[in-house]
Design a protein around this ligand. Sequence first.
Ligand SMILES: *Cc1c(COP(=O)(O)O)cnc(C)c1O
Length: 235
Amino acid sequence: MTPPVDASESSLLAARLSAIDEKIAVAAHAAGRSAEEITRIVVTKFHPASLVRDLYELGVRDVGENRQQELSAKQDELAALDLRWHFIGQGQTNKAAAIRRSAGVVHSVDRDRFADALHRAADGDDRLDVLVQINLTDDPGRGGAAPAQAVALAEHVLALPSLRLRGVMAVAPLDEEPASAFARLRDVADGVRAVDPSASWISAGMTGDFVEAIAAGATHLRIGSAITGPRPDRG
Ligand SMILES: *Cc1c(COP(=O)(O)O)cnc(C)c1O
């Protein structure tokens, strides 16, 4: 059973989506870039699959999830839709096979062991797009490899034939201007691209800082609440 569509909710969603896309276009223009080279991923974590379906009707094709179980459940339910699922959360090696089954892109490869587990879960010849996640904070407990480890991790990924290295991903620290954090990410991205020129993606920018991310060269934005509205409490 499909729940009744709440017309005011879905027109609100459409309005928020087009307002964000307009801001992306303005920020790209201001940075001398084309909005066409930027992929806007809508982060749908904690929201029901029905919201992803509404987004699909509005033309969204790239969606992001940060938990394997939630990713797998929604991807199963919406398998008939032509969506690209981006896994953006902390990856556990024992969930790697499930993540690989559901996701088209994994943004959060933060250590050799997780890359190895994704590689071992390969099915046939298909290659999985991955990014190496960089920790831009001083806290080693936060997700991501230290910037100084990025090239070594990228080289490790490049040696795994079922993975296709696409670039780097990061979350800006809370206690720093996003522009300076993203400038450091860009340096890391340049180092990774020197090893593999095709690894040109920079996944950066969320609701609060996507304008700065675009100025710093982000190619993939991960925007949640500005489009979906506030996330419901997890039960
Ligand atoms: C939740 C999340 C986002 C989106 O956050 P918003 O502030 O709602 O835009 C982006 N990236 C990651 C890794 C996330 O976990």
